[in-house]
Design a protein around this ligand. Structure first.
Ligand SMILES: [Zn+2]
Length: 411
């Protein structure tokens, strides 16, 4: 959270010092911190105080490097650049071309260890999908997936492998500007996370209305709606089942989701129940307001062991400014569309606003992630609405419209 705060405040010195702490903790926990090391390099601070602090870390860095001999993988224009900590030879690379009627895949198997974590997705304009995965102990697999025949070549250059995509311009010929949007949208992957479940019923409102029930209904409607719109959609739970917080984002990471949306409803103690209602959308960031802290506390409590696990994960999860910005944009589109849709048919919908909060359920996500509080189940009339099928469908439609809006602007 300190690191996040530094990122948000764009305090480079502080950010660098926290990154160093992350790298040192990562080394102790035997977790790959290459990404932090790269972030640190990017900061490029020449301050003498910080240089001094780095010296003691050099040994740890070498240790990490031996375990993970691929230090970074990234795309630059039409190339994927793989940096090794050692000299690369032709024996380090295997190339497989897979061609079916509908799919073209270029598969590169590289000898080396990059990340023992989850699949990672890279972006390159003109290529439908690039996925990197640690295939086995010694092999990193990079898959380029596309609808037509791309030509890829690779170049070995000392400690670098460069994979180049040659005929990217073909894509432009294929996609006309108007149909383009539908095409791209079709490929977007959305993970919907109905909050709570099983032994964890979430907030409970009057007449035993359960959060886990209301959010599941809306999530199901949203799932159906998004599928009709052409998205690839997954639910973290398909029934009334308890799922640990960390497994929810893990699921989204494994599915390579483009966005992660956690669906909840809020509650306040009985003495305030008549007064507080409204729709709020949160995106992950260090909590600033008391209100955000209170909601986060409520949503985080489902599993205290999880908290410990996740407070470690907070340190070890890459959270960069661009992800926070994207999550913020998504939150705004969702909030606006929820209000717009529900207000067409219902009165007294309160705009609780877009807020930032430290939700553990969002921490592990490797994609823009938000948490929506669809209303207060503690409020007498709002809780009735949250259990009403017509209202649930409107909420789902508002959410889907928000998702459409986000992708149409941010592709
Ligand atoms: Zn909740």
């Amino acid at each position: 959270m300190d690191y996040l705060r530094a990122v948000l405040n764009s305090n480079k010195e502080q950010e660098a010092s926290y990154l160093k702490r992350l790298i040192s903790i990562g080394a102790k926990l035997n977790i790959n911190t290459t990404k932090y090391q790269n972030e640190l390099k990017k900061l490029n601070i020449t301050d003498s105080k910080i240089t001094k602090a780095t010296q003691s870390k050099t040994i740890q860095k070498v240790k990490v490097s031996q375990q993970h001999d691929i230090s970074s993988v990234y795309t630059k224009e039409n190339a994927i650049i793989i940096n090794y900590n050692r000299v690369v030879s032709k024996r380090d690379i295997d190339f497989i071309e897979e061609r079916t009627k509908t799919d073209h895949q270029d598969i590169f198997d590289l000898r080396g260890v990059f990340e023992n974590a989850y699949e990672t997705k890279l972006r390159m304009d003109g290529v439908d999908k690039i996925v990197i995965v640690q295939k086995d102990k010694n092999t990193v697999r990079i898959i380029l997936k596309h609808e037509y025949n791309l030509k890829t070549i690779y170049i070995i250059n000392n400690n670098q492998i460069i994979i180049k995509v040659l005929n990217l311009h073909l894509k432009e010929k294929l996609s006309t500007s108007l149909t383009n949007n539908y095409f791209n949208q079709k490929k977007k992957i959305i993970v919907i996370d109905p909050g709570h479940g099983g032994k964890d019923s979430g907030a409970v409102g009057p007449k035993k209305r359960y959060e886990k029930v209301a959010v599941f209904k809306v999530s199901k409607y949203l799932y159906e709606d998004l599928k009709k719109r052409g998205y690839t959609v997954y639910l973290t739970r398909k029934s009334d089942k308890f799922i640990q917080l960390k497994n929810r984002t893990h699921f989204a990471n494994v599915k390579n989701a483009d966005i992660f949306i956690s669906i909840h409803v809020n509650a306040v103690p009985k003495n305030k129940a008549h007064k507080v209602k409204g729709i709020e959308t949160f995106f992950l960031s260090p909590a600033r307001s008391e209100r955000a802290k209170r909601v986060a506390k409520l949503e985080n409590k489902s599993d205290m062991d999880e908290m410990n696990y996740n407070s470690q994960m907070t340190f070890l999860t890459i959270l960069n400014q661009s992800k926070i910005t994207a999550s913020n944009k998504l939150a705004i589109d969702i909030q606006q569309n929820l209000l717009y849709k529900t207000r067409q048919k219902y009165s007294g919908i309160v705009d609780g606003g877009v807020r930032e909060g430290p939700f553990w359920v969002l921490v592990g996500a490797q994609m823009p992630a938000i948490l929506v509080e669809l209303g207060y189940i503690s409020h007498p009339s709002e809780s009735r609405r949250l259990y009403n099928r017509h209202y649930q469908k409107l909420l789902a439609e508002g959410l889907a419209n928000g998702i459409d809006a986000y992708f149409s602007k941010n592709f």
